[in-house]
Design a protein around this ligand. Structure first.
Ligand code: AMP
Length: 310
């Protein structure tokens, strides 16, 4: 089923304890659409870049069967730039630079061929821009998912709450869930956030996995314990891309299928961190993905001894 992805397409400079990069391809929209492309048929991206954005990156997206008609190229501006440095534990990072450039006054344009999409994934952007996309779609998609971050809670909470009230699935990390709800317990946080509008909530906990909530149920997916973690940039976006791409594959949005989608999202994120930037994401085979999903099944499967229970 059709999928539209909205999010930054960017230049990133990344420094981790294992090395550093020059300006490489990054951005939430890039990670989401690349990850989703392994499941969804012809995902469509909406974003903006500047005149400095190399054609080879656009061709790379197209090679992954990503529709770039909605990727605006602003002749008069520069592409969004982000630089981050990771601490030794790789769990925390400092943002050294955020140059919005063409993203500053981004006005999303929705090509006619993107209308009637069944799935919409709103990557982390201003909630006003995210809402504008929803409003500019002539028909409400079957499922709208959205990511956000603390920055928007601090600077435009009212707008953020308005946008959150319009979506079906909110995907945030544990710190953001606590900030948004004012609750430390993630169970209490989920109740409060689900009362804001979304039917489902995913709380990502980095190397400790992810939780999927609706009003009645909760599901937990671990993160795969990995020997080598090279660069966590984009892992959250890659998770979201794998999740929404898997759902868009056949359109089943039941809680049970969302559990599977959370595992596929986690599997994609586990690849993302193994190399710098998008390097690992651009050369995956279906066989590798399947093998990794089987690793997840092995990781959580165990048998109860009936004698212990009765
Ligand atoms: P993550 O590691 O999941 O937080 O995502 C990192 C990606 O988000 C990088 O590729 C950045 O280019 C992008 N990014 C960082 N800050 C912003 C921002 N304020 N708006 C949009 N994208 C951003």
């Amino acid at each position: 089923m059709s999928l539209v992805v909205v999010g930054s397409v960017a230049f990133d400079t990344i420094e981790t304890p294992f090395g550093k990069t020059n300006k490489i391809l990054g951005g939430a929209g890039t990670y989401i659409s690349l990850a989703s492309s392994y499941f969804a048929d012809n995902p469509k991206v909406i974003s903006v870049v500047g005149r400095d954005f190399p054609g080879k990156y656009i061709r790379l997206l197209q090679k992954h069967n990503i529709d770039t008609e909605g990727l605006q190229i602003k002749g008069s501006g520069k592409t969004f730039f982000w630089k981050g440095i990771y601490h030794a534990d790789m769990n925390s990072r400092d943002t050294i630079a955020t140059e919005l450039n063409v993203l500053e006054d981004f006005d999303p344009v929705i090509p006619e061929s993107y209308q009637n999409t069944k799935f919409l994934m709103l990557g982390n952007l201003s909630p006003v821009v995210q809402r504008r996309v929803i409003e500019r779609l002539k028909k409400r998609p079957k499922l709208i998912a959205m990511d956000t971050m603390n920055f928007w809670m601090d600077t435009c909470l009212e707008d953020l709450l308005k946008t959150i009230s319009l979506v079906d699935v909110l995907i945030i990390n544990d710190g953001e869930a606590r900030r948004l709800s004012g609750e430390y317990s993630l169970v209490k946080a989920s109740k409060k956030i689900l009362s804001m509008g979304p039917k489902r909530l995913i709380i990502k906990k980095g190397e400790h996995g992810a939780l999927l909530f609706d009003k009645k149920q909760v599901f937990f997916a671990p993160a795969l314990p990995l020997e080598d973690i090279f660069d966590p940039t984009g892992a959250g976006d890659t998770f979201a891309g794998g999740f929404i791409g898997y759902l868009a594959k056949d359109g089943d949005i039941s809680f049970d299928n969302m559990k599977r989608a959370v595992i596929y999202g986690s599997a994609m994120a586990s690849f993302c961190v193994e190399k710098f930037g998008t390097e690992r994401l651009v050369n995956l085979s279906q066989k590798e993905i399947n093998k990794r999903v089987l690793n997840f099944i092995d990781l959580v499967q165990f048998n109860c001894r009936l004698a212990d229970l009765f």
